[in-house]
Unconditional design. Structure first.
Length: 117
RNA sequence: CAAGCAGGUUAGGCAAUCGCUCCUCAUAGAUUUUGGUUUAUGGGGGGAGGAAAGUCCGAACACCCUCCCGGGGCGAAAGCCAAGGGAUAAAAAAGUAGAGGGUAAUACCCUUCGUCCGCAAGGAUCGAGGUGCGAACAGAGACGCUCUGAGGCGAAAGCCGAAGAGAUCCCGAACCGCAAGGUUUGGGAUAGAUUCAUAGAAAUAUGGAUUGUGAAACGGCUAAAUCCUUACUGGGCGCAAGAGCAACCCGCCCAAAUUUUUGUUCUUAACGUAACUUUAGGAACAAAAAUUUGGGCGGGAAAAAGUAGCUCGCUUGAGCCCCGCGAGUAAUUGCGGGGCCAGACAAAUGAUUGCCUCGUUCCGCAUUUUUGCGGAACCAGACAGAAUUCGGCUUAUUACCUGCUUGGUUU
RNA sequence: UGCGGGAUCGUCUAACGGUAGGACGCAUCCCUCUGGAGGAUGUUAUCUAGGUUCGAAUCCUAGUCCCGCAG
């Protein structure tokens, strides 16, 4: 689990990222990124009910993405709010598959310099 | 061995690295609510289920409505107000239904009677009293026509019902019309085809039987799943209930500042005077009003808008599990002992690995079959994640165990 | 989390427990030199599974899917 300083929780802030953020799409994953006034990177994960019918399946995807984000945190540029939106078809992937897609997404968005997670 | 019926248990373990949340202790820091609050680090401890699910029921708890009791207060009295407690009686609405029991309570559970289903083990969302719908086809005939109603039966709902009126059908008469038909009027019928017995002079009444049709046939069937009554149960609304604080708004009070007005005192200038007076300006004090700021107290009814700010409720309760001794056929329950109990708030309980068993699939050998042994692969694999809390029900699902029934085969 | 509503032809909708109707579509034909308009004929449906009933779109139970409300 991420620390509280790396979580994006408030509805207002999420709405503002949706409004002014730039989006990058890689496969089934969409990333919305926007600058914030802080030194840290904050994450938010959106997994709709269409991805997985059960709460267990959705929580598993979110937990794995949080772990990958935690591992990637030292390599990322600070000062951004990030929202990951998961599209259907994501539930079949395991940990390594998700990590691969997220790494590609970070590189395409220009948030990461070294390609190591 | 096969098919089936009933009941029960289980829902992996150990370890490594990196993390999250709650409680507690220590250290360091911040801060005038200072044995408080809060931040960081470290030590210790706790951290999903049998269904956490569906939300189909029931309760606890909270608020509201109705009603009852009511400490106390006011009043000459009648009576009025009212903290608080409650659901005996009433209203309304919703539900329940063989009998008896269990429970906080239920549409749940247990025992038992009857009925139905099943060869059986067993099973059923069957069960108060009454009334009532029953198309089409088939059939002679399909719930039996409507209203008033003397009288009778019944605890009630309601039922039976002499007689009369209307309606429909059949038979007939008169009139109108070329005819189809129409109007008026008389009689009969409106539960019954055939047959038997009894009573009777008879009409008829009562009781029984029958072919065929059909789901159902003058005697029943069917209401939790379209009604009424009786008996029983106060009702509604759900923790996004509800409460407090802050903030905001309104009112009052206090303090300070500024402005304006008035009054008093002092002073400057001007007209005039012996002098007071008068006019204009300044300073000080007092009073009033307005505005702003700060503090305190009280309130926020209705409507509209904004903000999902903080805290409590919030997790130990009708608790759950095990053992022993009792009550009871049982569900359940009394006493004693021991053990266990998550509390987040965009929402923790995890991620990546290693090993061990439990399993699953495949292959080979032995065996009549079941099965056993060996090897390989997958390697805890299914359903599934607390959100106010419990008790049921239902649905989803892994691996197994026990008892019983029927049938087959072998001895 | 709690509470509530719904599912009927391709679409929008009706229907006391008793033959599932209508509109717009679609197909064919007529009309016209052709198309449109108009006319005629036809096509296609009760979310799923049990139950109550002689009989279920309707009533009951369970499930699936969709939608709404809360301060």
């Amino acid at each position: 689990m991420l620390q509280k300083t790396n979580r994006l929780c408030k509805k207002k802030e999420i709405d503002s990222v949706f409004g002014r953020g730039k989006s990058v799409k890689e496969g089934n994953l969409t990333l919305k990124a926007a600058k914030n006034q802080l030194d840290s990177v904050r994450f938010c994960f959106v997994v709709s009910k269409r991805v997985s019918k059960t709460a267990v399946g959705r929580n598993l995807i979110k937990r794995r993405m949080r772990e990958i984000s935690k591992a990637a945190l030292p390599y990322l540029k600070p000062g951004y709010d990030l929202i990951f939106i998961v599209a259907p078809g994501f539930g079949k992937l395991d940990y390594r598959g998700i990590a691969e897609i997220m790494e590609k997404t970070f590189l395409r968005a220009g948030l990461m310099t070294a390609g190591k997670i």
